[in-house]
Design a protein around this ligand. Sequence first.
Ligand code: DOR
Ligand code: ZN
Length: 436
Amino acid sequence: MVDLWLKDAKIVPENMIVSLGIEDGKITALKKIAPKREECINLRESVILPGLIDAHVHFRDPGLTYKEDFRTGTMAAAAGGFTTVIDMPNTRPPTDTAKAFKEKLKIADHKSLVDYGLHAGVGKLKDIKNLFKLKPASFKLYMDLLDDTEIEEIFKEIKNLKNEGHKHDGHEPLISFHCEDKETVNSSTLKLKSKGRYKPELYAKARPALAEIIAVSKALKLAEKYDLKIHICHVSTRESLELIGGAKKSDLKVTSEITPHHLLLNSSYLVKCGNFAKTNPPLRDQKDKLEFGSLNDVDIIGTDHAPHTITEKEQNVWKALPGIPNLDTTLTLLLTQINQRNMTFTDLKRLLCENPARIFNIQNKGFINKGMDADFVVVDMRKEEVINPDKFKSKAKYSPFKGFKVKGMPIMTMVGGKIVMDGGYLSKNQGNFIYS
Ligand code: DOR
Ligand code: ZN
C-alpha cells in the first residue's frame, strides 16, 4: 500500500489527469484513478510539475548569514516551487577546501528544507582532488577574479583528475564559469569611475557585453584544449550564446544557463530600480539581450539568487553590492510567460527540471516517473498577484520585479513525498544531499 496519493493531477503538456502514488519518498504508482479509502490529497486537476532544480543560488551560509542563511534561502526555494538547490562557493570561508565543504554540508543538513548540492570553489590547486572526493556539483571559476594563467593551471589540475580516472558517481569533473573577462571589466570600470559619475545605468557600461564575449571565447578554447566539460553560468548576450552554439556544433561538451533577470529585464531597469537591478553580469541593452526566442539554445534557467541587505544596495553604484534575490519570484514570473504564450510547459520542464538533473548528474530527479523522487510543485495557472518583496521568504526583501503583475503561481511544493509549502505556508522538513 502506498503512503499517499496525489489525486487528479494534470500532467503537462499532455493535459493528462493522473493520480500519483507515493511510498518512502518515491513515486511508486501512476494511475488514472486513485484507489478509494487510501490517504490522498485531491489536486482537482491543477497542473503538477517535477520539483524545480535551481543549480545557482548564493545562500551566504556560513559567514554572511545576515543576508541569507540555508534556512531562509530554502524557505524562499520551497515557497517558489524549488525542491533542489545547488549553492555557490563564495561564502566566508569560501567552499574551496575539503574542510569548508564538509562544514557547509553540515549546515545544510541542519537547516535545509529542500534537497541540496554544493558547488566547490578553487583556492589552492592542492585542494582540488580532496574536494572532488566530496562530490561537488562542479568547480566554479570566476573569470572576473582570476588571471588567464591561474585559470589554465586549474584546468591542468582538473585534467589530471580526469586522467587519473577520478569520477563522481561515474561522471567526470565539471567546471562552471562566471564569464566576464577580468582585464576588460577592470579597465572599463576604472575609466568610468575616474570620471566621478555615479548613475546606476553606468554599471552596464563598466562591465560591457564584450567582457562576457571575450571570457566565453576563452572558456570554450580551454574546454577544447583540455577536453573537459564546462557549464557557462548566466549567459547574458546573444553573441555569447552564438559562440556556445558554435562550440556545441564542434562537439565541445558545453552547456549554458540564463537567469530570469537577463531574460525578462534590460538595462533600462538600472534607471528604474537603481542598484536593486545591479547584478553581475549586468542587465544588457535591448539590442544585446537574450529573448524568449533564444531559449531553445539555452540548457537551463538558474536563478542566481544573490541576496544582499537594503543598506548594501543603497550605496553609490560603485559600492552597492551586485545581486538579485530570485527564488521567491522565478516560477510565478515564468508561469506568467506561459500564460502569455511566450514559452511553454515543455520549455519550463526542460530548463528547470530535466536539464539541471542531467547536467549536474542528479539521479532520480527532474521527471515525474515511477521510481523518481516524489518532488513536485503544483501550480494554479489562474491565480493572480502583484509581486511584493515584503512577502518574500528570503531575507532580501527587494526586487527589480516589484510591482510586476503575475498570473500563475505555485500553490504546493513537495520534497521526497513531504509537503514543504501549502497555500504559501511552509512546513518543517529536512532536505538531503543530492549525491548521498
Ligand atoms: O550579481 C552577482 N552576485 N553576481 C555574482 O557573480 C555574484 C553574486 C553574489 O554573490 O552576490
Ligand atoms: Zn552567481
